[in-house]
Design a protein around this ligand. Structure first.
Ligand SMILES: Cc1cc2nc3c(=O)[nH]c(=O)nc-3n(C[C@H](O)[C@H](O)[C@H](O)COP(=O)(O)OP(=O)(O)OC[C@H]3O[C@@H](n4cnc5c(N)ncnc54)[C@H](O)[C@@H]3O)c2cc1C
Length: 333
């Protein structure tokens, strides 16, 4: 075993997005030994999000929001996060609280659950490493390899994925700089554009489109910008890309020695692509289930996690149904 990595950890959290950071913080507060790994070289970077969420996210996360974590406040009690700053600084806080946080470290293999442990292979900057974990929390996002390695889920197909492209636009002239605009374009139904102001004269403006049409996203978004008097002529200061699941959440988001949280469990609203709050809420429930089971990590003892998710699952199921039935009447002449 490599000297710089522990041979055994109580909880391995895979992914340092909103779900992984929430789970890690809650576990630390309960006295667990936590290792957080993330494939990204720098936690929080690059940004793959439009950053709008509910303030309740901070309650799940367990930190008071710092001014540097917020870009702007919106109507309907929504906030625009600064996710790169937030994730970087929360990861640093977790390290101060005793977690081990390893960027540039990816889980590449996960063994079966044997004698109460999962063996894990990690790819690190200095080569492969192996360790054993009593519990693995899969917070590895929409492309989750952990759920595939453990057979909990297959790969999402093109019609179950939204390909997203967003621009951070500056020097625009918004009539209502705190108003969220979602535009469900008839030609793209059930996909959509969004305008999420992130300051008096700036916004995150994007499109989500079925993944197999992802190559057309830039063309479609730019034509949308040209047609909008409020956005035309703005300066693009950042390009943001990524995928969102547009499928039902995992029927069984747990197994022996494993809990699946956030986008890895497909907990993202399939109509509007909102997944930050679902990520933090599912991570909170996952940790609560583990602690309620007195840190037993057998599937039978972790099953209460699924029950705790019932309201979230109800919402996501209804939302997917709406996605397929939201047939709007043709415009009246
Ligand atoms: C363009 C775009 C705009 C969006 N806008 C919004 C929005 O405005 N509001 C909203 O609520 N939601 C939005 N979403 C959805 C939201 O970003 C996700 O639902 C949310 O980030 C999910 O959080 P998570 O922690 O589950 O996963 P993620 O934030 O995806 O984090 C997963 C982490 O796991 C790491 N990882 C992956 N595989 C491995 C591995 N094998 N080993 C180690 N680490 C690994 C990744 O590097 C990543 O850091 C948007 C998504 C996109 C693509």
């Amino acid at each position: 075993m490599d000297g710089s990595f522990p041979a055994k950890v109580e909880v391995l959290v895979v992914g340092a997005g909103p779900a992984g950071l929430t789970a890690a913080h809650r576990l630390l507060k309960a006295g667990s030994q936590v290792l957080v790994v993330d494939a990204r070289r720098r936690i929080g970077h690059p940004l793959r999000c439009a950053e709008a969420t509910e303030p309740g996210f901070f309650e799940d996360l367990g930190f008071e929001p710092r001014p540097t974590w917020l870009r702007w406040t919106l109507d309907n009690k929504l906030v625009m996060l600064n996710r790169p700053r937030l994730e970087e600084e929360v990861a640093a806080e977790l390290a101060r609280l005793g977690a081990r946080v390893e960027p540039a470290t990816a889980v590449t293999a996960l063994g079966p659950y044997e004698r109460g442990l999962r063996s894990v292979t990690l790819a690190t900057a200095t080569g492969p490493r192996r360790l054993q974990a009593h519990l693995v929390i899969a917070a590895d996002g929409v492309a989750s390899s952990v759920t595939r390695m453990t057979g909990l889920a297959g790969r999402l197909r093109a019609h179950e994925l939204g390909a997203c492209l967003a621009y951070r636009l500056q020097r625009i002239r918004l009539k209502h700089p705190r108003r969220v605009l979602m535009h469900f374009a008839p030609e793209l139904r059930p996909y959509y554009f969004w305008i999420l102001p992130s300051g008096p004269d700036e916004a995150n403006v994007g499109v989500s489109i079925l993944a197999h049409r992802g190559h057309a996203a830039a063309l479609i978004l730019e034509s949308y910008l040209r047609r909008s008097p409020e956005l035309a002529g703005g300066t693009i200061v950042e390009r943001i890309t990524g995928f969102v699941p547009s499928a039902l959440p995992l029927p069984t988001p747990y197994a022996d020695g494993l809990l699946v949280v956030g986008a890895a469990a497909r907990m993202v609203d399939p109509v509007i692509g909102a997944g930050i709050k679902h990520a933090s809420t599912s991570a909170r429930h996952a940790v609560e289930s583990y602690l309620a089971a007195r840190r037993s990590a057998t599937a039978a003892d972790l099953a209460s996690y699924r029950l705790r998710l019932e309201p979230t699952y109800g919402h996501l199921h209804l939302s997917l149904l709406r996605r397929y039935t939201n047939v709007q009447p043709p415009p009246s002449k």
